[in-house]
Design a protein. Structure first.
Length: 264
């Protein structure tokens, strides 16, 4: 594969077009199948046929003494399965992706891309992978507020080109808005199906047909303990919507999501 124009990251964390390092030969994909057997095949072939989202991490996450967040597991409401993560920032991005309607499956570091640059072999395993509704994939790496290191930026250009070559996308994700993260983290506590609105759904759609403070509708519908849980799950799943760039509180204005309004 010969990368052409690919994406890079500016100071705001957004992607822009730039040139990639010179890659000698093809880009390969290294992964472990469901039995733990290691494979190395052409990335162009693997991206079309291999269900990376079903596999475990291509190599384990290290445990670093002194870190506040060690490797762990995130229960995905998208797949109903546990997904391993290696750090707090990976967990946050997993949480945000888990709520995206276009995402149908998630995995952390299930594949490593390997290529040659001049006389050396270079490899990079993106931290997250998401399978999208259209069958394509998203590869993602998390970066700090200062942006990617020179090493990551160089590798990211090649990974972005490889992703583009197979109709996938690649993203370097900077730190998300802390208010958004806090709100989604709260809603994520109600992501499990046991909190699903179920019989509450028609009542919620009717109660929030016009935007109104959440507490007004909750008090009208019945036992607040039961209703609030249903409201939070509906906000997580997209049945209801609310501004997530402002702190959530009981008087936050909630409305029915557009698709639910059209269905009604």
């Amino acid at each position: 594969m010969e990368p052409g124009g690919v994406v890079d990251v500016d100071s705001a964390g957004d992607l822009k077009v730039s040139a990639a390092p010179a890659v000698t030969g093809r880009v390969d994909a290294c992964f472990r199948d469901l039995l733990g057997k290691a494979h190395r095949v052409s990335w162009l072939e693997a991206a079309q046929d291999v269900p990376f989202e079903d596999f475990s991490t291509v190599r384990p996450f290290p445990v670093r003494p002194g870190r506040r967040v060690a490797p762990g597991w995130w229960w995905s409401s998208t797949t109903g399965r546990l997904v391993a993560y290696g750090s707090g920032v990976m967990r946050t991005e997993l949480m945000l992706l888990d709520r995206e309607p276009a995402v149908v499956a998630l995995a952390c570091r299930p594949v490593e891309l390997v290529w040659r640059e001049e006389n050396r072999v270079v490899g990079h395993a993106p931290q997250l992978m998401a399978r999208l509704q259209d069958g394509s994939g998203l590869l993602l790496d998390c970066v700090g507020r200062s942006g990617p290191s020179a090493r990551l930026a160089a590798r990211a250009r090649v990974v972005a080109a490889a992703a583009k070559a197979v109709g996938w996308s690649y993203r370097l994700a900077g730190p998300p808005d802390p208010v958004l993260v806090a709100n989604v983290r709260w809603l994520a506590g109600y992501r499990h199906p046991r909190y699903a609105a179920g019989p509450w759904t028609p009542a919620l759609v009717e109660a929030f047909a016009s935007p109104r403070p959440a507490v007004e509708a909750v008090c009208e519908l019945g036992d607040p303990i039961a209703v609030w849980a249903a409201v939070f799950h509906a906000l997580w799943s997209g049945v209801l919507r609310v501004r997530l760039d402002e702190p959530l509180h009981e008087h936050a204005v909630v409305s029915v999501a557009r698709q639910e309004a059209e269905a009604a």
